[in-house]
Design a protein around this ligand. Structure first.
Ligand code: FAD
Length: 338
């Protein structure tokens, strides 16, 4: 029988993938525990306006979107835990998942830890993180009211950060290492309509200049091609150069591909029976809130089939009755763990 720290299904991650998995699993009667992480809501909370998630004509903020998903998971019966998982042991059954506060035991696990912002890797980056260096304009932009900020990156996220920082900062510079930004046409158009954003290409940042008292004060740049050096004043640097999957905890246990968790094509099944992966943690291709949510749904169904029917449930998923209980009433699945 499940006890306070034992659950049929434990979900790691509180983004679109994790919350959707929690909704489906709770409605399937699995009484899941979802450890959300301190970054609850996931990456999309950084977006002030999400226009492409179905069901929201006129758009919705990322914070509200995942807030609603979270509320729905909770009202369906998922137990949400605001903590980070610090260690997992997938070599024992039930699986063990640890936070600083508690150790959980789970018959099945869904990994939905998404991705983290990629770092520049420059000396001084650690030292000045939180004292001038930031990775999220929505989260930290207000600290730079009336200041000079630089955004580094050339994709949609970088352009979005630069445009949103215009609303608070005194001046915004966008630095990219190539001549052409790889942002979408829509983002480039929006940037063109914001002539107050200074665009510097092709430049790389090679040094972060600052001191203990003031944090970041300037950036040293090198022009790609001729190596010409220059310095720009900057009170803040927003790094928007992509993301890396948050998989370090799982690498000893699960097969990965350049860091992303490997799943069997068309499923959320990982190399470890009973462990499933959903969302950006295993998706290098689509990386959208809706695809993450869809993968969360798929992972909950895969996990349920595995818990109910073992490996056969996965192999013949289309042939077995996955919902042999009353989903609408949320009847518990009364079978032993495989
Ligand atoms: C600035 C920005 C704007 C975007 N705009 C859009 C958009 O308009 N439309 C769109 O569809 N997509 C957008 N995206 C992409 C979208 O945010 C992601 O595709 C989506 O959030 C991925 O969902 P996920 O659940 O897989 O992972 P994430 O959103 O990354 O969530 C991962 C979750 O795992 C948790 N976690 C991580 N490590 C641990 C741990 N050790 N223990 C416990 N929990 C952990 C985190 O706290 C977080 O809650 C945007 C992304 C960014 C960065």
């Amino acid at each position: 029988m499940p006890s306070a720290d034992h659950t049929r299904l434990l979900i790691i991650g509180g983004g679109p993938a994790g919350y959707t998995a929690a909704i489906y699993a709770a409605r399937a009667g699995l009484a899941p525990i979802c450890i959300e992480g301190y970054g609850s809501g996931g990456q999309i909370v950084r977006s002030p306006q999400v226009d492409n998630f179905p069901g929201f004509p006129g758009g919705v903020s990322g914070l509200e979107l995942t807030g609603r998903m979270r509320d729905q998971a909770e009202s369906c019966g998922a137990r949400l835990v605001l903590s980070d998982v610090t260690q997992v042991d997938f070599g024992v059954r039930p699986f063990q998942v640890r936070t600083d506060e508690q150790t959980y035991r789970a018959d099945a696990v869904i990994v939905a830890t998404g991705a983290n912002p990629r770092r520049l890797g420059l000396p001084g980056e650690d030292e000045f993180t939180g004292r001038g260096i930031a990775y999220c304009a929505i989260c930290d932009g207000a600290f730079f009211a009336g200041k000079q900020v630089t955004v580094v990156g050339g994709g949609d996220a970088a352009v979005g950060e630069a445009l949103s920082l215009r609303n608070v900062a005194a001046g915004v510079t966008l630095v990219h290492r190539r001549d052409n930004l790889r942002a979408s046409t829509a983002s480039k158009r929006a940037l063109a309509e914001a002539p107050d954003v200074r665009v510097l290409t092709p430049y790389v940042i090679d040094d972060i200049i600052g001191d203990d008292e003031n944090g970041v004060t300037a950036l040293s740049l090198t022009r790609v091609g001729d190596g010409a050096r220059s310095t720009v004043r900057a009170d803040g640097l927003f790094v928007a150069i992509g993301h890396e999957p948050a998989t370090a905890l799982f690498a000893p246990w699960l097969e990965t591909d350049r860091g992303w968790i490997r799943t069997q094509p068309g499923t959320t099944v990982t190399s470890m029976p009973g462990v499933f992966a959903a969302g950006e943690v295993s998706d290098v291709r689509y990386r959208q809130a809706i695809t993450a949510a869809a993968a969360g749904c798929a992972a909950a169904i895969d996990a349920e089939r595995w818990l109910v029917n073992g490996a056969a449930g996965l192999l013949h998923g289309a042939d077995v009755e996955p919902h042999g209980h009353d989903l609408a009433a949320g009847q518990p699945v009364a079978v032993a763990a495989p």
